[in-house]
Design a protein around this ligand. Structure first.
Ligand SMILES: [Zn+2]
Ligand SMILES: [Zn+2]
Length: 585
């Protein structure tokens, strides 16, 4: 949960209260609260950020945050939902909040429309306005009616915008879980760009194979909690709009068609265009229903996506590669990269604890990593320059080593490595003296401040850090927050080439809000044969489960298993990470 998401929840409450006709004072409190959360650092785990304030009970020190809001936000952040909001939502038709989004309309007028005209969503209101029924209401005229129609178009355009994967993936997972639980469903999978781990998505696609009647499956989908409105519902397809504006489509097929339907709705379009050409050359046509022979012979029904590619004489192409970036040419030569998989990962490399800004103790992190099957974990708390993140000084670091030794005795089955996430200072120096760096088993070097340096200075700063002999891993290299904070500006290819040349491992950070080293940059790293580390940057035990975001992004960036340092047992991981290519003149 990010501060921006918290702000959105408070704004929704404000709008619902206005629809309800609550007093202006109460409404205003939620708007002020929302403003306050928008001023927090976008990273909830950042120093002085959301999590720290929830933990220390200092939310109400923020201007505009009173006790009532503090309580609600604490509930929201700790449980992921808010009882008060859920109840409030039930008081209005599902599409009502869309009406409030219409520029210039506002909750008071929206409430009047709901009451007087019985409209419950944008479609209703559009119809009423077109039929001239709005202009007759008190306080509305012909001009308002026209601007309502224009406003509806604007809201629809905004709702059609792409959303970040961290928002869409959890929604897609909830929807597919509902569909799987419906009667008669043999299989159901997420398709579309969410399946391909594209970092932004224009919609959510679900494909289900059903034995028997489709109605119960459609119903389960249509009444899912996040659905704001059902757009269309037919015999094989149900389209809905979710509360955040995103469209989600469910396609229902028979079991025999599942593989081709899943393949079809996974895309991408460019991949499919090229694939259809390959099929044509073999006398076949390919569609969501299967492979048909152009000469009219019996059609083919592959039982898996692998079989489908096989029928076309191709090596199976994993979903993350289906972008027409050369994957089909390689598949024809059976030369696709041997991509990293989640089960290859042996250890969690970038983990915080309560020693700095983590929310779980060192022991809790170790226990959770062990429970998830990890062979090793590196504890990498912040350094002193990150004072806002409760960064460690030398004394506390040494005490942490004592605790690591104690916890290690308790958990002999998992190896605990002594690490540090070292701040790259403004001049590119590292935030530990060399005798401390020498005693650390894992050194991640990251930029945490001075994001706004211009390109030459930022490039120089990072270059200097990468040149340091103790820089093992380059942490969240671009510093981007998906949808919230732009990457720092630097000459990326030059720095990636330098990292590869120096033997510095590049981090593919799986924090869903970051995914800051994008698939495009990972392909540049591949070109330079850079070593890669897949991390979670976990600040809680729960965040250890984010590994799939790192893996999906790495796969999309053509990352092979043999370049991934933590796809090896602890000793080999350390050896590979610290291996430096012979010094070049
Ligand atoms: Zn960091
Ligand atoms: Zn970190």
């Amino acid at each position: 949960m990010t501060p921006r998401e918290v702000a959105a929840v408070l704004r929704e409450i404000s709008q619902l209260l206005q629809l309800k006709g609550e007093n202006a004072f109460k409404v205003r409190a939620y708007d002020l609260g929302a403003d306050a959360f928008e001023t927090l650092p976008p990273d909830p785990a950042a120093p002085g950020g959301l999590y720290e304030r929830v933990k220390s009970g200092t939310l109400c020190e923020l201007e505009g945050v009173g006790k009532a809001i503090e309580q609600k936000v604490t509930e929201l952040v700790s449980t992921g939902k808010l009882d008060y909001l859920e109840k409030l939502r039930l008081e209005f038709p599902r599409g009502a909040l869309d009406l409030v989004q219409i520029p210039g309309l506002g909750p008071r007028k929206a409430a009047a429309l709901i009451h007087e005209l019985d409209v419950v969503n944008l479609d209703d209101l559009e119809k009423a306005a077109r039929e001239g029924r709005v202009r007759g209401l008190k306080g509305f005229g012909e001009k308002t009616e026209r601007s309502i129609l224009e406003g509806i178009a604007k809201v629809r355009a905004r709702q059609g915008a792409r959303k970040p994967l961290w928002e869409t993936r959890p929604l897609a997972e909830q929807l597919v879980a509902r569909v799987r639980a419906a009667p008669g469903v043999a299989r159901a999978e997420i398709a579309g760009s969410v399946r391909r781990y594209d970092e932004t998505n224009g919609d959510i696609d679900i494909v289900a194979a059903v034995n028997g009647p489709v109605e119960p499956v459609m119903e389960a989908f249509a009444v899912a909690p996040d659905v704001a409105e059902v757009l269309a519902r037919g015999g094989t397809k149900c389209s809905v709009r979710l509360r955040d504006g995103l469209q989600a489509d469910l396609r229902v097929v028979g079991e025999a068609q599942f593989a081709t339907a899943l393949h079809h709705f996974t895309g991408s379009k460019q991949h499919h265009v090229k694939l259809r050409g390959i099929a044509r050359d073999k006398g076949l046509s390919i569609s969501e229903y299967g492979l048909a022979r152009l000469d009219g012979g019996p059609s083919l029904q592959p039982e898996s996506e692998e079989a489908l590619y096989g029928m076309l004489g191709l090596q199976p192409v994993p979903p993350e590669l289906r972008e027409d970036l050369g994957e089909l040419e390689l598949a024809a030569k059976r030369a696709l990269p041997d991509l990293i998989e989640e089960r290859d990962i042996r250890g969690f490399v970038h983990c915080h604890s309560t020693w700095s800004d983590g929310r779980a103790t060192l022991e809790e992190m170790v226990r959770a990593a062990h429970a998830l099957g990890a062979e090793f974990i590196t504890i990498t708390d912040h350094t002193r320059a990150a004072h806002y993140a409760n960064g460690l000084d030398v004394d506390r670091l040494r005490r942490q080593w004592d605790e690591i030794a104690r916890v290690q005795e308790k958990f002999p089955q998992i190896r605990i490595l002594r690490g540090s996430e070292v701040d790259i200072l403004e001049d590119g120096a590292l935030d530990w003296p060399s005798d401390i760096l020498d005693q650390l088993e894992v050194v991640i070097c990251s930029v945490h401040q001075r994001f706004k340096l211009d390109e030459p200075r930022q490039t120089d700063r990072i270059r200097r850090a990468l040149m340091h002999p103790k820089c093992a891993i380059w942490g969240h290299p671009t510093g981007r927050y998906l949808g919230d904070r732009d990457p720092v500006s630097a000459r990326w290819e030059e720095l990636i080439a330098l990292a590869a040349e120096r033997g510095v491992t590049i981090e593919c950070n799986g924090t869903p809000h970051r995914l800051d080293f994008s698939a495009d940059l990972l392909r540049v790293a591949r070109k330079h044969k850079a070593k890669i580390c897949l991390s979670v940057d976990a600040h809680s035990t729960k965040e250890l489960e984010n590994l799939h975001y790192a893996v999906g992004t790495a796969r999309r960036g053509w990352t092979e298993k043999d370049r991934v340092v933590n796809a090896r047992p602890a000793d080999e991981f350390l050896k590979m990470m610290w291996t430096r290519p012979p010094a070049t003149a």
